[in-house]
Design a protein around this ligand. Structure first.
Ligand SMILES: NC(=O)c1ccc[n+]([C@@H]2O[C@H](COP(=O)([O-])OP(=O)(O)OC[C@H]3O[C@@H](n4cnc5c(N)ncnc54)[C@H](O)[C@@H]3O)[C@@H](O)[C@H]2O)c1
Length: 338
């Protein structure tokens, strides 16, 4: 395919609006043909805001539209399996947000449909496209820090999303730590063989009704013999804080910073700098680059660097961490099951 990839964005909430905007402003060789959301008035409002010609409140109608080559699925996770299946059956190329689904059986069923229909499926693990994480990957692969032996990563969100989102999110390990599990597997070049999950509610009491926690820690081990830990938190009042360290036999690499701009203000009161406020700011480049990669994969008929198979492995780890939290025992994986 050499012409523009004609895309639809489905789901125009917190992240969908942002993906729609990035499609228009930062992705080349693609056009945003239609925006879709079932919430009354939402699609029309976003179409008008962003200057998109068409809008719809019916995802299933859009799947049948012959003028659409690809769908960007940013709907609640509980709807992903149905959306992906519909899209694949209509021959649409698929970009879907993480997590792929909320249970492994559904993820495997979705993968089967993807394989049978031969469509592309990229999943939104955008850290792989972040310039700092991508640079770390190159340096680790070139041997700069020797053999990677320990991964340390954390995801601290500045506050909790509302209870309605938490209830359908799959929980803290599935919603947040899943990004760290994915980037850990990618950077360490090895699969995770065991996980133990720990955590509790430290601030948001409503988490109890959602059967969730707001602070978590996972200890992980890798096939290579390496180990690691992953922290997740909904309590980071100072800003959106996502960092990692990869320790190797010859050195270590730090990824990420708290600083939003390389500007420090100094007055008699002291020295200050601006902290990254939210995930859209921290990962702006990564969100644009992952969509560009998807469009290029559609055009060149190549496999995305992060796909439904990775997403299923990441989900298995996150669900195992959740199981471990309740059973208070580590969960061991015999080998990758996908
Ligand atoms: N990669 C990341 O960093 C990241 C960050 C945030 C969210 N996400 C993922 O993105 C997805 C959406 O999250 P969000 O925070 O934007 O949610 P949200 O609740 O803010 O928005 C979801 C939108 O989808 C719409 N919707 C509901 N059912 C729909 C359907 N059947 N078809 C079309 N639209 C539908 C809703 O009306 C709403 O506007 C989730 O899977 C979430 O895990 C990923």
């Amino acid at each position: 395919m050499t012409q523009q990839v004609r895309c639809a964005v489905l789901g125009l909430g917190r992240l969908g609006y942002y993906h729609a905007k990035n499609m228009i402003t930062a992705v080349t060789s693609a056009s945003l043909t239609i925006v879709v959301d079932p919430m009354p008035g939402r699609a029309e409002q976003v179409a008008s805001d962003l200057g998109v010609e068409k809008y719809s409140d019916s995802p299933s109608e859009v799947m049948k539209d012959p003028d659409i080559d690809a769908v960007i699925i940013v709907t609640p996770t509980s709807t992903h399996a149905k959306m992906i299946t519909l899209a694949a059956e209509h021959g649409k190329q698929i970009f879907v947000e993480k997590p792929l689904t909320l249970n492994v059986e559904e993820s495997k069923a979705v993968s089967k449909v993807i394989e049978e229909t031969g469509v592309i499926c990229q999943v939104g693990f955008m850290r792989r496209f972040d310039p700092a994480y991508a640079d770390a990957k190159k340096r680790i692969d070139s041997g700069e820090i020797g053999d990677p032996i320990y991964f340390k990563g954390f995801t601290r969100d500045q506050g909790s999303p509302p209870a309605d989102f938490i209830r359908h999110s799959g929980g803290l390990f599935v919603d947040c730590s899943i990004h760290d599990y994915d980037i850990a597997r990618y950077l360490m070049g090895s699969e995770i063989t065991s996980v133990s999950g720990h955590g509790r509610i430290l601030k948001y009491e409503f988490m109890k009704e959602c059967n969730d926690i707001d602070q978590a820690l996972s200890y992980i081990e890798f096939e290579s013999g390496a180990a690691g830990d992953v922290e997740a938190s909904r309590i980071s009042p100072y800003g959106h804080d996502i960092r990692a360290e990869i320790i190797g036999t010859k050195g270590s690499i730090f990824v990420g910073t708290l600083r939003n701009q390389d500007v420090t203000v100094q007055t008699a009161a002291g020295s200050t700098y601006e902290i990254i406020p939210d995930f859209q700011t921290r990962f702006h480049d990564a969100y644009c680059l992952e969509l560009q990669h998807f469009v290029e994969c559609v055009q060149n008929k190549t496999k995305p660097i992060v796909n439904d198979v990775d997403a299923t492995i990441n989900l298995e780890i996150a669900l195992a961490a959740t199981e471990s939290l309740h059973s208070r025992r580590p969960v061991y994986f015999k080998k990758t099951t996908v």
